[in-house]
Design a protein around this ligand. Structure first.
Ligand code: HEM
Ligand SMILES: [Cu+2]
Length: 585
C-alpha cells in the first residue's frame, strides 16, 4: 500500500503503473487505487466549486454596487446577496472543499479505504441537504412570492431572525461535517490495528488534529442554533439573550477560521515542497504546529467581542494574549514552508541568496497558486495582528478593513490554495488530464492582482472609517478622510479588483469544467501523486506528539479556563435574560 513515505522512487515501484489490455502503461492515480474515495472527494469538490461560482458572482455584484459603479439589484436586496456571498463562500465552499481534500489526504496517507459506505453517504447527504435548505431560504429573499428569507449574514446573530429552515440547514451542514470526521477517525482506527507501533502518517495526523479542534469548537454554534435559534425562530421561545448567543457564536467563530486555514496548511506542508522540487523540511515541526492550533484556536473568541458590553475586560485580555500566542504556529509555518521551497529550488540547481526564488516553477499553476496564496497570507497576518490588538481594534472595528483582512486569509490563503491544488489533484481524482492549461497558468496571477487591488483599498478604506456590510457606504452627509490616497481612487480599485477576482473565478471554473467534460478518462497523467519523505522525519520527535487524547484534554482545559467564568456570569441572570425579542428581517 502507498504509505506516507513512498518517496518519488518508492512510488515508482510495481505500484506506480497500470497496464491496460493493449499493453500501454500509464501512471497509477489515486482514482485507480481508491475509486470510491475518489468519487466522494470529487462530489465534495464539485459542490464546493458550484458554491464558489455563485458566491463569486454575488461578490462581484457587491463590489460594483457599494462602489456605485454598477447597480443591478435594489439596495434593499444587498443583505440578501451579502448573506448568500458569506454563506456560500465562507461556509459551503470551505466545508465541502475541506471534506474533499481531507478525504483524499486521509485515505492516501493511511493507505486505507473509507470503512463504511453508509457512513460516507450519510454525511454527504446531510451536508448537501443542509446546504440546499440554507441556500434556498437565502435566495428566497430575492423573490417576494416566496414567504421565506434569511438576510441574517453568515454570522446569523440574534436578534436578526431567519426562517427556521435556514438554521436547520446550517445545523445539518455542521452535523454532516462531524460525520465526515468520524469517517476519517474510523479509517485511522483500522490503520492502527495493523500498524500498532508506527507513527501516525503526517497528513492523517493533520486531518485528525484539525477535526478534533473542529469538534471542540463547533459544539458552540451547535448549541446556539439548536437550543436557542431554532426554537426562537419557530416561536417556541419568545426571546433569546443576544450576548449569550453571540458568545456561543464567536466561541466557534474564531476556530472556524482555522478550520478553513489548516487544510491550506496541509497542502503547504505536504504538497508544496514537492511541487517546488524538494521535500518538506521537518515533519516534527509540522506536527508541533498542528498541536498548537488544536490547543490555542478555541480560547480566543472574545477577540471578536472587544466592543461587546457585558464581558469583563480581563477575559478580553486573556483572549488577546492567547491570540498573540497563536501567531507562533503561523510563524513556524512561514519558516518551514519557505525553507522547504528554498530546498526544492536548490535541489534543481538554483543558487544565490534570493535568486533561487525566480527558479521556482512559477509557470505551473499548482505551484504558483499556492505560493501566491502563501504570500497573501503573510499580508493577512499583519492586518490580523491589528484586529487582535484590544485597543487598535477599535480603530477598524466593523469597517471595511475587516473584509479586506479576511479576503487575504480565507478568500486567498484558503481559496487560492484550494484552486491551485485542484490543478494537481483533480487529474488524480478523475483520471483525466488537466485541460485548458494556458488559462490555468495565468489564473493564480489574475486572482493575486485582483486581490492586491481590492484588499489594499478595503484596508485603507477601513482606516478612513468606511463601514462594512452596507449598500450605501457613501452616506451623503459624511465625508471620509483617507489616510493615504483618496476615497474615489479606493472605490475604483475595489471595483477593478472585484472584477478581476470574478474573472479569476470564471477562469478556474472553466478549467475544472473543461477537465471534467473534455478530458479523456484514464489519460496519461502529467502529475505524479507521490509525496517524498521529509528531510527530517517523525522519528526525530518525541512520541508524545502523537498522543491526541492528551492534547485534546489540554485543549478542553484551556477552553474551560477561558470561557468558564464569563459564560457562568452570562447564565447566572437566567438562560434567556437579558432577552431580546425577534427582530425580523
Ligand atoms: C470574486 C471574488 C470576490 C469578490 C469580488 C468579493 C467581494 C466582497 C465584497 C465587496 C465584500 C464586502 C461587502 C460589504 O461589507 O458590504 C465581501 C464580503 C465577504 N466576502 Fe467576499 N469577495 C470575493 C471572494 C470571496 C471568497 C473566496 C470568500 C471566502 C472564501 C469571501 C468571503 C467573504 C465574506 C465572509 C464576506 C463578509 C460577509 C459579511 O460581512 O457578512 N469572499 N466580499
Ligand atoms: Cu478571530
Amino acid at each position: 500500500m502507498a504509505t506516507e513515505h513512498g518517496g518519488d522512487s518508492g512510488f515508482g515501484t510495481e505500484q506506480a503503473y497500470v497496464e491496460s489490455a493493449d499493453g500501454t502503461r500509464r501512471r497509477l492515480a489515486f482514482v485507480d487505487q481508491y475509486p470510491a474515495a475518489a468519487r466522494t472527494a470529487r462530489i465534495c469538490l464539485w459542490i464546493a466549486f458550484a458554491a464558489f461560482g455563485v458566491g463569486a458572482l454575488f461578490g462581484l455584484i457587491q463590489a460594483l454596487h457599494r462602489t456605485n459603479t454598477l447597480r443591478i439589484i435594489p439596495s434593499a436586496d444587498y443583505y440578501t446577496i451579502l448573506t448568500g456571498h458569506g454563506v456560500l463562500l465562507a461556509l459551503v465552499f470551505t466545508t465541502f472543499g475541506i471534506a474533499g481534500l481531507f478525504h483524499w489526504a486521509n485515505t492516501r496517507s493511511l493507505g486505507v479505504a473509507p470503512t463504511s459506505k453508509r457512513l460516507t453517504q450519510g454525511w454527504l447527504w446531510t451536508m448537501s441537504i443542509g446546504t440546499a435548505l440554507a441556500t434556498f431560504t437565502i435566495l428566497s429573499g430575492l423573490f417576494d412570492q416566496i414567504p421565506a428569507s434569511a438576510d441574517v449574514l453568515y454570522t446569523f446573530y440574534a436578534p436578526l431572525e431567519a426562517h427556521p429552515l435556514f438554521y436547520v440547514g446550517a445545523a445539518l451542514l455542521v452535523v454532516g461535517s462531524w460525520g465526515a470526521g468520524l469517517d476519517w477517525f474510523l479509517q485511522y482506527r483500522e490503520w492502527r490495528q495493523s500498524n500498532p507501533n508506527e507513527r501516525i502518517p503526517l497528513q492523517s495526523f493533520m486531518v485528525m488534529t484539525t477535526m478534533l479542534m473542529w469538534y471542540l469548537s463547533s459544539v458552540g454554534v451547535a448549541i446556539e442554533v439548536v437550543v436557542f435559534l431554532i426554537p426562537w425562530s419557530l416561536g417556541l421561545i419568545s426571546q433569546v439573550d443576544p450576548l449569550l448567543t453571540r458568545t456561543l457564536f464567536w466561541y466557534f467563530g474564531h476556530p472556524v477560521v482555522y478550520f478553513w486555514l489548516l487544510p491550506a496548511y496541509v497542502v503547504w506542508y505536504t504538497v508544496l515542497p514537492k511541487l517546488a522540487g524538494g521535500r518538506l523540511f521537518s515533519d516534527p515541526l509540522a506536527r508541533v504546529t498542528f498541536v498548537l492550533f488544536l490547543l490555542l484556536s478555541t480560547p480566543v473568541g472574545f477577540h471578536h467581542q472587544y466592543t461587546d458590553p457585558g464581558i469583563a475586560s480581563g477575559y478580553k485580555l486573556v483572549a488577546m494574549t492567547n491570540t498573540f500566542f497563536l501567531l507562533l504556529p503561523s510563524l513556524l509555518t512561514l519558516f518551514t514552508v519557505v525553507a522547504s521551497m528554498e530546498h526544492g529550488a536548490r535541489q534543481q540547481g538554483a543558487t544565490g541568496r534570493l535568486a533561487w526564488l525566480k527558479d521556482l516553477p512559477w509557470e505551473r499553476p499548482a505551484f504558483s497558486g499556492i505560493a501566491l496564496a502563501g504570500i497573501m497570507f503573510a499580508a493577512g497576518g499583519f492586518s490580523g495582528m491589528i484586529n487582535a490588538g484590544m485597543n487598535i481594534n477599535y480603530l477598524i472595528h466593523n469597517t471595511i478593513w475587516v473584509p479586506g483582512h479576511f479576503h487575504l486569509t480565507v478568500g486567498t490563503a484558503y481559496a487560492l490554495t484550494l484552486m491551485a491544488i485542484s490543478y494537481w489533484l483533480v487529474p488524480q481524482l478523475t483520471g483525466k488530464r488537466l485541460q485548458l492549461r494556458g488559462i490555468a497558468a495565468v489564473q493564480p496571477f489574475v486572482w493575486f492582482v485582483g486581490m492586491v487591488l481590492m484588499s489594499n483599498a478595503m484596508h485603507r478604506g477601513g482606516l478612513a472609517g468606511i463601514p462594512r456590510r452596507t449598500a450605501e457606504p457613501q452616506y451623503d452627509q459624511v465625508s471620509f478622510d483617507a489616510v493615504v490616497g483618496t476615497v474615489g481612487e479606493m472605490r475604483i480599485q475595489i471595483a477593478i479588483g472585484g472584477t478581476l477576482l470574478f474573472i479569476g473565478a470564471v477562469m478556474f471554473l472553466a478549467v475544472m469544467a473543461g477537465t471534467w467534460l473534455l478530458g479523456k478518462p484514464n489519460s496519461q497523467l502529467r502529475v505524479n501523486g507521490a509525496i517524498p519523505e521529509p528531510l527530517s522525519g517523525p522519528e526525530e520527535s518525541p512520541r508524545v506528539l502523537d498522543n491526541l487524547k492528551l492534547w485534546t484534554a489540554i485543549a478542553i482545559a484551556l477552553v474551560l479556563l477561558a470561557y468558564g467564568v464569563p459564560l457562568y456570569d452570562m447564565l447566572a441572570d437566567g438562560l434567556l435574560s437579558p432577552g431580546s425579542p425577534v427582530f425580523p428581517v
